[in-house]
Write a protein that binds this ligand. Sequence first.
Ligand SMILES: [Zn+2]
Ligand SMILES: [Zn+2]
Length: 110
Amino acid sequence: MSLFDHDSIFIYILSEHNNGKYNLEYFLNRVNVFHRDKGKCKICAIYLNPGNFHCHHIDPSKPLNEINKTVNLISLCNQCHKLVHSNQEPPFTERKMINKLTEYRNKLKI
Ligand SMILES: [Zn+2]
Ligand SMILES: [Zn+2]
């Protein structure tokens, strides 16, 4: 789904993939979050493009009126997003990246 493609955004909001976490605010803030994070993954810092840009909810247990605020959203690449949502061993060993990954994993479990 393209970052700025409004038709697919509305189709997505109305689709069965929407499990209650996504609303118009989420899709508008995705663009803000991408720019705030300077188009880079918050864990491994690779440059993102619309094809591998994921917008992750730091704390997905927040209510709908708070969950999609930009403070609760971060830019992640495809690989790091999968890692945050799993217990898989990361392919990198750099301490800074491991710490970030652990931080976001822990915030999911609160
Ligand atoms: Zn990454
Ligand atoms: Zn996520």
